[in-house]
Design a protein. Sequence first.
Length: 224
Amino acid sequence: MTALHIGYARVSTAEQELTAQINALRALGVEDEQIFVDHGYTGTNRARPGLREALAACRKGDTFVITKLDRLARSLPDARDIVEELTRRQVKLSIGGSIHDPNDPVGRLLFNMLAMVAEFESDLIRARTREGMQIAKAKGRLRGRKPKLSPAQEKLLVDTYRRGQHTTAEIAALFNVARSTVYRTIQRTPVEPEPPETRRIRRFPAPGQETGTKRKGTTKPGMG
């Protein structure tokens, strides 16, 4: 059986970011039918349908391809667990074109460093958001009448929500609006249309982010 390159990408909402990842996966030898995308899921969420299907599609001798380690996981334990699963099944891991060798001490060190950086960046984003909320409260910005959001603020609100790292209450406080405003803004903001050239790619949108487009292709059954 011919070995395959199985590609995995993860995005929050930005279509430009998705296009860049897909183009990079293609350049690394992944066919569109073997690209799996989680749309609207964070790297700290292990319950990602696209990741699950991508791993299930892998067979002995295949190569699991990602552009950056933070697309796969945002915590060191999760990254290690996924790599151990791939290693047990004799599936190679390619990170941006570099094959990770779990038996190489230097390779293991580099992998752990990359995973720790991804975890640190995730923690830093959450810390900065909390700090921004505290500063806003200290300046009295969260008091009085709730201001109307500008189009740019609405887009930022929706992007923040779809990354899945903050509750609606936290987002409402951060933007100085009522929770009902958060819900209305999310509901009336459409998901960006999918470029025609990516329609063979298997996407797995988070709840509330369905594009309404049926994907083609049959997913291979997973290993027992």
